[in-house]
Each structure stands twice: as structure tokens, then as C-alpha cells.
Ligand binder design. Structure first.
Ligand SMILES: NC(=O)c1ccc[n+]([C@@H]2O[C@H](COP(=O)([O-])OP(=O)(O)OC[C@H]3O[C@@H](n4cnc5c(N)ncnc54)[C@H](OP(=O)(O)O)[C@@H]3O)[C@@H](O)[C@H]2O)c1
Length: 242
């Protein structure tokens, strides 16, 4: 990413750059080191936004490092990702500097209406990862979205993005195709009316299209992954020393 930004010729001030901290770098000290490593790789001296990727492990220690980096001006905004309402409220209630953003899976099949109420209460900006649900559940061909899209002369992808933007959710769609990237940014010349918004609200299943972060088996899976990565890291360090 650092090399791509450099090669693009776009000035740094015109780019909004976000990165996240992964679990094995959580805690006071390791989180600062991880952000510094990201800055080096991204070839920049500041981040626009930095998030704690998951709500597990020493997230409080990691948060203290992020707060310091925020106060030093190295990171312009700090937040979290995948924090369900209970963890988000805990974080807001027990930290002086509260998360400014919560990046969550949010798309028409999993709308996060309850979570958004808590985010509103604590002034946390919702941001949608997988705003198309990565196409799972046939979202690009959903009949409700297709009907709305045809009426507005837009694609179902554009309707999904517009719907979230009108709800006050920041969207970060991913595409490797230029024409789709152009399409995904061309969503500011139409408006969904109340009937459209209500029809899309009716698609909510209140269920993740991926997995639940409150499933104990998934928490164990994350813990095991961190252990494995630490072991890999230690053995590669040993090899280097040898
Ligand atoms: N915080 C987290 O835990 C977390 C988890 C997952 C993802 N994310 C982030 O969320 C962002 C996006 O999420 P995502 O990639 O998971 O899902 P997504 O944006 O919902 O879906 C991406 C998929 O949609 C396709 N697509 C994009 N634009 C399209 C269009 N206009 N028409 C038809 N198909 C289109 C892409 O295909 P092509 O690329 O082939 O065009 C790709 O297969 C990424 O920045 C990712 O890093 C964060």
C-alpha cells in the first residue's frame, strides 16, 4: 500500500488512510510498536484512522497505546472493529477517550440496528465492512434490491451503498475492478425514498453472513491463531539468530 500511494502521485492529504492492529500486537508497548511498523510500511508519518481489529485479548492495554498516539497527533482518529454492543459499551464506559469509529459487518441482510442505537448514544461513527456482504446470500441479485435499482437506473451494489450512507454509515466497499470502483463511488446523485428504505429494512435477518464474534468456539479459534502466529514468529527469530 505504501508503494502504491507513492507511485500514485496523489498527495497524502488527499488520501484517507486507515489501518488496524491485530491481536498478537495488543497490549501497552506492542501496540505502539505495531503502529510504528505500519507507518514505516505505509511510508507515512501519520494515520487518518487506526482500529483495534477484534474485541479480544488485552484490548484495554492496546487502547491506552492508541490513545497516546492520538494525543501525540500520530493517529488522527482511533476506533475499534467487530465490537458488539456489550463490548462497545464496556469500552466507552471504562475509557476516558472513547472509540470514534466501530467498523462492523453491515449490509442489508445484517443491518446492526440495535448496535447503531448504542453507537449513537456514545457518539461512535458506524463503518460497514462487507457492505455487500461479499455477495453472500445472493445480495447482488436480491429481488427487492433489483427492483429499487432498476427504478433509479442504478445497480444493486449502488443501492446497497446508498442505503447505508443514508443511514449515516460509512462504507468501504472492496473491488479489484476499475469500473466497479467507479460505480461504487457514483452514489451521490440519487436518493432512496422512505418506501425504498423501508423495503430494504425488511431484508434484515439480524444474523451474520460470516460468523458471530460472541461464539465461544470462534473466540477459541482466534486465541489459537494468535498462539500459532507467536510460535511461527519465535521460530523465525530463532532461525535468524542461528
Ligand atoms: N474489520 C474486519 O474484520 C473486516 C472483515 C472483512 C472485511 N473488512 C474490510 O471491508 C472492506 C470490504 O469488505 P469485503 O471485501 O469483505 O466485502 P464487500 O465489499 O462486501 O464485497 C466485495 C465483493 O464484492 C464485489 N464487488 C465490489 N463492487 C461490486 C459491484 N459494483 N458490483 C458487483 N460486485 C462488486 C467484489 O468483487 P471484485 O473485487 O471482483 O470486483 C468482491 O467480490 C475491505 O476493506 C476489507 O478489508 C474488514
Amino acid at each position: 500500500m505504501g508503494s502504491a500511494i507513492e507511485a500514485s502521485g496523489v498527495s497524502r492529504g488527499d488520501i484517507f488512510l486507515t489501518t488496524k492492529v491485530w491481536l498478537e500486537h495488543y497490549g501497552e508497548g506492542p501496540t505502539r510498536a505495531s503502529v510504528e511498523d505500519s507507518l514505516r510500511k505505509l511510508k507515512t508519518d501519520y494515520l487518518d484512522l487506526c482500529l483495534l481489529h477484534q474485541p479480544f485479548g488485552d484490548a484495554f492495554g492496546a487502547w491506552r497505546d492508541l490513545v497516546e498516539l492520538y494525543e501525540e497527533g500520530v493517529v488522527k482518529a482511533i476506533g475499534v472493529s467487530n465490537f458488539y454492543a456489550d463490548r462497545l459499551v464496556e469500552f466507552c464506559a471504562f475509557n476516558e477517550v472513547k472509540p470514534m469509529v466501530n467498523q462492523m459487518e453491515t449490509h442489508p441482510l445484517n443491518q446492526q440496528v440495535d448496535l447503531m442505537e448504542w453507537e449513537r448514544k456514545y457518539d461512535v461513527q458506524p463503518e460497514a465492512w462487507a457492505p455487500f456482504g461479499e455477495g453472500r446470500g445472493g445480495l447482488f441479485h436480491n429481488p427487492v434490491l433489483t427492483e429499487i435499482a432498476e427504478r433509479h437506473g442504478k445497480s444493486t451494489a449502488q443501492v446497497m451503498l446508498r442505503w447505508n450512507i443514508q443511514r449515516g454509515v460509512v462504507v468501504i466497499p472492496k473491488s479489484v475492478h476499475r469500473e466497479r470502483m467507479e460505480q461504487n463511488i457514483d452514489v451521490f446523485d440519487f436518493t432512496l425514498d422512505d418506501t425504498d428504505m423501508a423495503a430494504i429494512a425488511g431484508l434484515d435477518t439480524k444474523t451474520s453472513s460470516f460468523f458471530s464474534h460472541s461464539d465461544p468456539k470462534m473466540v477459541e479459534w482466534f486465541a489459537q491463531m494468535v498462539e500459532e502466529r507467536k510460535t511461527q514468529h519465535d521460530s523465525s527469530k530463532e532461525k535468524k539468530n542461528w
